[in-house]
Write a protein that binds this ligand. Structure first.
Ligand code: SF4
Length: 320
């Protein structure tokens, strides 16, 4: 639940909307006039576009809990990952335009369905509209936490406008080497930009805090997807997170599987092996990070189809 009043949230949405014309909402700074119908890299213009809104049970245990995370899957993306599992939403931009008023009602419906939070997936290009909807929903009784579920390619100046609004930051840190970030995801300067973004998120909310039901209420949880051939640069990613605070929890995901433009790719055209995943877990320990969520390593060894089965944290996270 935001710590600032709805009038202040609405004011932030106006400030963000002004940054659409020309658009400087994300690090690409395309500088096209979205409110006049122009579109830049992400192809978004003057409203939010959503693909689906539903209680989702496939996130990490403190996010999904027992009743699900109230997830809003937004269309388009400011990245161009050739292996995107959601490419129909992110790259083909399937979805429907939705007004702030209607979106606010959807947030309230998710709360009425006992979801533990409102989880905005790939929110960055849609931020002004999401924040406007949030102001309306807070006025009408929304109290559950807001989750900002992002690829980590976020501008510091924009994140600063979310201070007091976002309760839980759930950023990816995808790569430590810009060469792979550009080649596989079209993300220039990703390493530096994502590190600055995570540091600002940590400044705002600190490490993840759970209630007595082990549900996240507030804080930062970083995600890292292990890629074939070590191309995610996992050790260096962990070192950067540890330099901010070794208590920041990291979800280390084994679920990579080739799809979209990665099918038959010379590097990304296969799943990771159990050996590769174990190697990354060893790196996590060696770097001195303390808390992680893991996925099913036995399934990798059996060659099971991908299952987003997050196990319990390796070490306990603080309760409130
Ligand atoms: S939000 Fe979209 S249009 Fe705006 S700068 Fe980013 S990629 Fe470009």
């Amino acid at each position: 639940m935001p710590t600032i009043q709805s009038a202040e949230i609405l004011q932030r949405s106006r400030e963000l909307k002004a940054l659409l014309n020309p658009c400087e909402i994300c690090p690409r700074q395309c500088r096209i006039k979205r409110l006049e119908g122009q579109s830049g890299y992400c192809r978004m213009t003057d409203t939010a576009i959503v693909s689906s809104i539903l209680p989702h049970h496939g996130e990490e245990p403190p996010i999904s809990g027992s009743h699900g995370s109230g997830t809003v899957f937004l269309s388009g993306c400011n990245a161009g990952c050739i292996f995107c599992q959601n490419y129909q939403i992110s790259q083909l931009r399937l979805g429907q335009r939705i007004s702030a008023e209607k979106l606010a009602l959807e947030f309230l419906k998710l709360q009425q369905a006992d979801c533990h939070n409102i989880n905005w997936v790939t929110p960055t290009p849609h931020l002004p509209f999401l924040i406007e909807a949030l102001a309306i929903a807070v006025d009408r009784g929304l109290t559950i936490p807001i989750v900002y579920n992002t690829n980590g390619y976020d501008r510091l100046e924009i994140l600063q406008l979310l201070d007091g609004i976002v309760d839980i930051y759930l950023p990816d840190v995808k790569y430590s080497a810009d060469v792979w970030a550009e080649e596989f995801s079209e993300l220039p300067y990703y390493s530096e930009i994502s590190t600055i973004a995570v540091r600002e998120m940590y400044r705002q909310v600190g490490i993840l805090q759970l209630d007595n039901r082990q549900i996240a209420r507030h804080g930062l949880l970083v995600r890292h997807l292990v890629l074939p051939e070590g191309t995610a640069g996992s050790r260096r990613v962990f070192e950067k997170i540890a330099a901010i605070d070794p208590q920041i929890p990291v979800s280390i995901m084994a679920q990579y599987h080739p799809c979209y433009r990665a099918i038959n790719h010379p590097v990304l055209g296969r799943r990771i092996t159990a050996t590769e995943y174990r190697h990354v877990l060893n790196e996590f320990d060696e770097v001195g990070l303390e808390t992680t969520y893991l996925q099913d390593i036995d399934g990798l060894e059996r060659g099971d189809p991908y299952l987003p089965d997050f196990r319990k944290p390796k070490r306990n996270i603080f309760d409130l």
